[in-house]
Design a protein around this ligand. Structure first.
Ligand code: ADP
Length: 480
């Protein structure tokens, strides 16, 4: 199949969260299944120069819609064997960051991502790339199916819309629509209208051929009011076209046996290197060095979604019980402040690093005994899968993709690979942590759990095949 993937982030070019990992891995997995794939994304100023070496200019398109009138240059770079077409438009993308700066979104994001969405459709034409499927992601590319309809572009292609996180919707006053060249007749219940405002994500949900999200459990959860973020009705309406496909991780990029960027290589068969990684991490973070101190790691956005508020609540007792905590994250000041306070009280037991640091993240995945992810909601979550690959046992709230990847040791002693709790309360997390500490103390049993976690297969192959099935269905639906 000929597949065009339009994304606002793509590892290694630009990364904010899990969407970038998906956009970096899925195209290559599709390519190795024999499909023709092209990726379209903005040429952000933040893209490292070394990734642009050898990139070729492939012409330009003029994006004119509403008040937007920009000339967009097309640069062809490489994502392995897959061409990555970077849309260069300095007014929109020639600035720091991806969505904003210092945690504040750019106010002209609707215009910026309209340039991406319409620019990508026009670039496909200019390049002579006629996709059978358009695969778009989150609100930033939700206007692809809208412009496809309004402008009559690539009408024969099926559109698959993937929801990575329903919490970000691109919600604006309705006056945004004429500015983006979207006619008023689409400001309707069966369109982008959302309680009197314009919801770009909703446009994607209504006008795409098929929808999916990144885990089967999250696909069910978002059809209910509690997790539907106001769009559960729309999603229930499209229930027959909505499915869940778990994200994969790249087993080579996250391979403890390669020893890449960590103190020592290790594997399920040869686990001893992990002890060196743990000691090195303890030393690096100023924690007391000791193999028998259970070390809990956490890496992620310091956002209410991720449940770090619960971590700061249960932290003091966890540390009192002799455990250590290593946190790496960026985001909300208040959450960061509480975690920092914990670290300053017990620097030998708790370390908090604020910032985005992929190498330290990897050293935490490799060196910790446990990985904490007590999320309020979690569309898929990559952290728990990466952690397991490094033999680090996840302690998670059983929601979304966490529920689909972590099997509780207590409930399933033979196949368990982690610890899970249900209610989003400090008490419930506390209960899971107590069980984790008991598990850690039973040394040889714990080692078996670690080996089991390391042998889980989270590679992309199975997920990529599931995507191909959806692409074929979407293409058939539009062709028929
Ligand atoms: P989300 O997409 O909601 O942020 P995921 O768990 O799906 O969460 O993906 C997060 C990805 O970003 C993981 O690969 C994680 O290791 C990485 N990551 C998150 N925060 C940081 C950070 N501060 N430093 C380095 N890597 C991070």
């Amino acid at each position: 199949m000929r597949i065009a993937i339009v994304v606002p982030e793509c590892d290694p070019f630009a990364k904010v969260g899990g969407l970038a990992d998906v956009a970096g891995s899925l195209p290559r997995a599709l390519r190795s299944l024999g499909h023709e794939v092209a990726v379209f994304l903005p040429r952000y100023a933040a893209i490292p120069e070394r990734l642009l070496e050898g990139a070729e200019a492939r012409g330009e398109v003029r994006v004119q819609t509403g008040e937007v009138d920009r000339t967009v240059r097309i640069l062809e770079a490489r994502l392995g064997e897959v061409p990555a077409f970077l849309l260069e438009e300095p007014r929109s993308f020639g600035r720091p960051g991806v969505y904003g700066e210092n945690g504040i979104d750019y106010p002209d994001n609707p215009e910026r991502f309209a340039v991406l969405s319409l620019g990508a459709l026009l670039a496909m034409d200019a390049l002579g790339f006629a996709p059978e499927v358009l695969h778009v992601h989150d609100w930033q590319t939700a206007l692809v199916p809208v412009y496809r309809r309004v402008r009559g572009l690539h009408r024969k292609a099926g559109v698959l819309f993937t929801i990575h996180n329903l919490a970000y919707q691109g919600l604006h006053e309705k006056e945004i629509l004429p500015r983006l060249g979207i006619p008023w007749d689409l400001f309707a219940i069966e369109g982008l209208e959302f309680y009197g405002r314009a919801n770009l994500l909703k446009g994607g949900l209504v006008f795409s051929t098929l929808l999916n999200t990144v885990s089967p459990t999250y696909a069910r959860e978002i059809q209910e009011e509690e997790m539907g973020v106001g769009l559960d009705g729309v999603l229930r309406h499209r229930a027959r076209d909505l499915s869940g496909i778990l994200n994969g991780i790249d087993p080579e990029a996250w391979n403890p046996a390669s020893g890449r960027e960590v103190a020592a290589p290790f594997s399920a068969a040869e686990p001893s290197g992990k002890r060196k990684c743990k000691a090195a991490l303890q030393r690096e973070l100023g924690l007391e060095v000791g193999a028998d101190r259970p070390l809990f790691g956490a890496v992620g956005r310091l956002d209410p979604q991720k449940g770090f508020d619960l971590v700061s609540e249960v932290g003091p007792r966890l540390l009192d019980r002799g455990a250590q905590l290593a946190v790496l994250g960026t985001g909300h000041e208040a959450i960061a402040g509480r975690l920092r306070a914990l670290a300053s009280q017990r620097p030998d037991r708790c370390s908090v690093t604020l910032g985005f640091a992929a190498p330290l993240a990897r050293r935490i995945y490799a060196g910790a005994d446990f990985f904490l992810m007590p999320s309020r909601f979690e569309p898929c979550g990559l952290g728990q899968m990466i952690a397991m690959r490094y033999g680090t046992i996840p302690v998670v709230r059983a929601t979304g993709g966490l529920a689909d990847t972590v099997r509780d040791v207590g409930q399933d002693p033979e196949r368990g690979n982690g610890y899970a709790f249900g209610e989003f309360t400090a008490g419930a997390l506390q209960g899971a942590l107590d069980r984790a500490l008991e598990g850690f103390a039973a040394r040889s049993r714990f080692e078996r759990i670690v080996a089991r976690a390391m042998r889980e297969d989270f590679s992309w192959t199975r997920s990529a095949k599931a995507y191909v099935d959806l692409y074929a269905r979407a293409a058939r639906q539009e062709a028929g």
